[in-house]
Design a protein around this ligand. Structure first.
Ligand code: UD1
Length: 339
């Protein structure tokens, strides 16, 4: 049985991926500093997967603690989710973002190098493409330096990993997520937004449940069919499955150095208004909204060409927008039932 270190394994995408790993017979060790999660997520992972992963609550910048984990376990690979991810906050606290997202990454890579471990999966983002000149976006689309410090940590993380793989003959996979949404079908796992959500779907959900009065739609004068911005919303469980496939591929590779890059999206763009309509239709609830000015830094349109992931990983996003948004609403009801 292979042992995989999952950093940020109690977070949104991390927790769903841990379940998929456990269900595929991997031994999982989570390191998570709990800055964006809660302990019940660990219990719920166990309820869903029927197995409890090993868990260490600490910050990956604490090298001496990380060293002890690597001393205690024979680790075969890592999926690195641990990172700060709030775009607006990253503009106010850029040093915190560079320090947290990049130092923790480098600390793990130093252990990989010292112990001759390969197989590293990095959570990247479609933010590395900025506003691409063409849609859909495939992996050969030129990168543009993101505006936010958060986005820059993703692009820098990719560069660090490419150099790491090349210099030390390692296998890495850079997974560029489009917009992850939805919750586990059991309603036991999902996103835990802290404070006022920045992202669309958590805000829509909280508006539908009355926590927020109205959704603000940031702009309806974009050059898109209905004037609202278009994104590629991919279901989090589909996304989690892609990690297992990317890991299995890396582990099966014979060559020393591998740098895999995959776009993970559905290949379909949906506008903000389409997301609102889909949520209302899937859950038979109303989402009051108002049209506001554009949000600074937002792009007009981004959706994936994910053919490479289908070709090389045998992965395809399968879940519809309606279905993904239905799971989100079930998760919201679950959260409210816990209060
Ligand atoms: C954002 C980040 C991206 C990051 C991702 C993480 C930017 C420019 N991009 O993506 O780097 O990887 O989050 O999840 O910030 N919207 C509203 N009202 C709201 C919230 C959002 O109209 O209350 C609109 C936005 O203007 C956008 C769409 O919904 O058009 C999606 O927004 P969001 O969920 O924040 O994701 P992105 O901005 O695409």
């Amino acid at each position: 049985m292979k042992t995989i270190l999952v950093t940020g394994g109690l977070g949104y995408i991390g927790s769903h991926t841990v379940v998929e790993l456990l269900q595929n017979n991997f031994h999982v060790i989570i390191v998570d500093d709990m800055s964006n999660s809660e302990k019940f997520i660990l219990d719920n992972i166990e309820k869903v997967a029927g197995k409890r992963p090993v868990f260490f609550p600490f910050d990956l910048k604490r090298k001496e603690l990380l060293y002890q984990v690597f001393e205690a376990y024979e680790i075969d690979g890592c999926i690195n989710f641990a990172a700060f991810k709030a775009v607006g906050e990253s503009q106010e606290k850029p040093l915190d973002y560079y320090e947290n997202n990049l130092f923790s990454l480098i600390n793990i890579l130093q252990e990989f190098k010292a112990r001759n471990i390969s197989n590293f999966i990095f959570s990247s983002s479609c933010t590395v493409y900025g506003q691409a000149d063409q849609q859909p976006i495939d992996e050969n689309t030129p990168l543009k330096m993101p505006e936010s410090s958060y986005g820059k940590t993703k692009q820098m993380g990719e560069e660090i990993l490419k150099d790491f793989a090349t210099a030390y003959k390692k296998k890495v996979s850079l997974l560029r997520y489009f917009n992850p949404i939805g919750s586990h079908p059991t309603a036991l796992l999902g996103e835990l937004p802290i404070g006022v959500p920045n992202n669309l779907v958590p805000y829509v959900t909280q508006t539908a449940s009355g926590i927020r009065e109205k959704l603000s739609i940031w702009g309806n004068d974009y050059d898109t069919p209905d004037g609202t911005a278009v994104r590629d919303y991919v279901y989090v469980v589909d996304l989690a499955k892609a990690h297992v496939k990317a890991l299995q591929k890396l582990m099966a590779e014979n060559s020393d150095t591998v740098i895999d890059i995959y776009n993970l999206g559905t290949g379909k763009g949906s506008s903000v208004l389409e997301v609102v309509e889909s949520f209302e239709r899937a859950n038979e609830v109303k989402v009051p909204y108002q049209i506001c000015e554009r949000r600074a830094g937002d792009i007009t349109i981004a959706y994936a060409n994910a053919d490479k992931a289908e070709r090389e990983l045998g992965w395809k996003a399968e879940t519809s927008l309606d279905e993904a948004l239905r799971t989100t609403w079930e998760w919201q009801k679950y959260l409210e039932s816990r209060k």
